[in-house]
Ligand binder design. Sequence first.
Ligand code: URA
Length: 220
Amino acid sequence: MDGERSVRRRRLDDAAIAAAACRKCAIGYQRRNNVYGEGDACARLMVVGEGPGETEDQLGRPFVGRAGQLLDRMLQAIGLPRNDVYICNTVKCRPTFEGPTGPRNRAPDAEETENCRRFLEEQIEIVAPRVILALGSPAAKWFLGPTFAITRMRGRWYLGPRDVPLMVTFHPAYILRLTGGQIDAVKRLVWDDLKAVRTKLDEPEPIVAPAEAAQVGLFE
Ligand code: URA
């Protein structure tokens, strides 16, 4: 896999350069850093969030603020060190609005999401994960359309792009905003979703039948 890993790494690095040069949206001019994504180029799990926040924008890395620290603990809980996973977002620039004390985070709008779509599509093609975990409603809607209702529809398997199994769970930033009895109830649901991801990752890899392998040129 190491030859394969470096081929994918190079492709991701090239794609990250293209993403950093993109100025299709106004937020491309407002951001400090483009936050393309990071992790194992051959990761079996890809985690997709909404968009970079303030810390991510400062550091140019996804999920490195408070929500990111919780995400790291969620992944650890199912035996996955952050470095073994590929982590990215639906949009690569931080969406903001002007608050009383400076720029505040907001969800990406439809145009920003569409302008950025090709970068995530390409990441999925290059990394070719076994499983995708979408965090929160905007990420779920990126995959499953605008009618996706997270409270009712999370926690089941969907077929994502390239037929990759897709699980949706609550965003760690949402968990951090909860108070009182809600916290434990939501954490229990998230834990169920994470266990389902672990179980799916532990399933044996499908074996490519020889005839199919020849067709795709594996033994040329
Ligand atoms: N929230 C996200 O959706 N993505 C990040 O990278 C950080 C916080």
